[in-house]
Write a protein of this length. Structure first.
Lengths: 327, 142
């Protein structure tokens, strides 16, 4: 039988979960703007205070508090790219973070492992860093390699640089790494440039991306500020991961937690954009609830699911790529 | 939930014990799960080809769909978990009766023994080593 084309049908493409209405998102956004303007955030780095003052923020040098006017926040959100590419050493491993595309990566910064050969529970080593980078390369549904575990058999002072070097050698997928200072960022960018064939090429196809975490509630530490500014100057993607725990370092209500979480991420993003307009920034979340009975972070909880899903929707409203806890 | 909301990069694969411990076998299992989730978020495409009404007419109540062209055409689109075992109990037992964790642990060992990604060009590796050496020198740990 002949079935002629239909005129103008609306189809659903893909399954979708809607956590918030537009009014909900507007309220969370307005609450965040209010917190950033009225309460402000603590910023530990003098250099970052200069950048934010020059960018139109109200800076109290004595208390290191920065109040950010709403128009500065909204301008920064618009300045950040809507799409971020994380490149692999081989182009078929490149992935694009944008819109509703769904990808996966491993957990990061573990300090113990379960050894598959012996079944033993032991401290993680630099050999594990290499082995897990290699495994990531092989696992078809994992899109990037995050610094899975710390190499604890080598000096702690050079952990970020050394473990990033090991990862770059052992996987052809994009390497996500922490950093503790401007020096770390510069060194890791130089390593990436050595592989890419120059810093220009690395900027086009970043083989590494950085991450750092504001400290809840509402603090950007010196380390975090340095990493944000240094990665922005290099034009290398930077993942700002807030790790609020509702009931402890953020309001006990999830909506209130999303407000402080959002304030922490947008303040960091504003610092990045004021440092270098257009700096690729990823909206990250490891925020969850604190189980107040055990004083333990509840990961794998309904709260974590709701927050991570809500954050994804919030990031989409801002046209920013998202990175959230889950799986 | 995060995947259904369209999160771009979801992290956590391989983790147990609230993020303290990384379990190689769990990582292999989570890879399977990640692939299944990527499958699920694609939902159910609806169009003339997928509605497949003409085949339904041909097969009627007494035929089957196994040998149809449309089945051949679309069979690779089906989800294919490696460690979530879909066999019935008897077949699973006959094949050794290993649970998913043991099978994943074997797979992890196999990857570690046999898999080697494309190495870095020698010159790049040397420059990376030099940068690490420099960092160690600076920190006074070399």
């Amino acid at each position: 039988m002949k079935r002629n084309p239909q005129a103008g049908v609306r189809r659903q493409a893909g399954l979708r979960l809607v956590v918030f209405s537009d009014a909900d998102l507007d309220d969370i956004h307005r609450g965040t703007l209010e917190v950033l303007e009225r309460t402000g955030v603590f910023v530990e780095s003098d250099e970052a205070l200069d950048v934010m003052a020059d960018g139109g923020c109200q800076v109290d040098r004595e208390n290191k508090t920065v109040k950010i006017p709403p128009h500065v926040v909204e301008d920064a959100v618009r300045a950040a790219p809507a799409s971020v590419r994380l490149a692999g050493r081989v182009p078929e491993n490149d992935i694009v973070l944008e819109g509703g595309r769904v990808g996966f990566t491993n957990f990061s910064a573990g300090i113990m492992v379960i050894d598959p050969r012996t079944g033993e529970y032991r401290k993680s080593t630099t050999q594990d860093v290499a082995d897990l980078a290699r495994m990531t390369d092989r696992l078809d549904a994992i899109d990037t390699y995050e610094h899975a575990v710390e190499g604890r058999d080598a000096p702690e002072e050079t952990l970020a640089v050394r473990d990033a070097a090991i990862a770059l050698k052992n996987t052809t997928k994009c390497v996500g790494t922490g950093a503790m200072s401007t020096y770390d960022v510069d060194a890791i960018v130089r390593m990436g440039a050595a592989v890419a064939g120059g810093e220009d090429k690395l900027r086009e196809r970043p083989l590494v991306y950085f991450c750092e975490c504001p400290v809840s509630p509402l603090k950007i530490t010196k380390d975090a500020a340095e990493v944000i500014m240094a990665s922005a100057r290099h034009g290398i993607p930077n993942n700002v991961i807030s790790m609020a725990m509702s009931g402890a370092s953020s309001p006990v209500t999830l909506a209130g937690t999303l407000v402080t979480h959002n304030a922490e991420v947008l303040a960091s993003l504003t610092l990045a954009q004021l440092t270098e307009r257009g700096a690729p920034t990823i909206y990250g979340s490891s925020t969850t609830a604190m189980d107040l009975r055990f004083a333990a972070a509840s990961v794998g909880s309904p709260e974590l699911g709701c927050i991570s899903a809500g954050v994804a929707q919030l990031a989409q409203r801002y046209m920013l790529p998202s990175f959230v806890a889950g799986l | 939930m995060a995947a259904l909301a369209g999160a771009n990069l979801i992290y956590g694969a391989g983790m147990i014990e609230s993020g303290v411990t990384f379990d190689y076998a769990q990582y292999v299992l989570d890879n399977d799960m990640a692939r299944m989730i990527k499958h699920a978020v694609q939902g159910v495409p609806v169009n003339d080809e997928t509605l497949d009404v003409d085949d339904v007419h041909v097969v009627g109540s007494f035929g089957d769909y196994l040998s149809l062209d449309s089945t051949m055409r679309h069979m690779r689109e089906q989800s294919q978990p490696r460690f979530m075992d879909r066999r019935v109990r008897e077949d699973w037992q006959a094949a050794g009766g290993r649970d998913a964790y043991d099978a994943a642990r074997e797979a992890a060992k196999r990857i570690l023994d046999e898999y080697h990604p494309e190495p870095l060009p020698g010159e790049a590796a040397e420059r990376i080593d030099a940068i690490v050496a420099e960092a160690e020198e600076r920190a006074g740990v070399r």
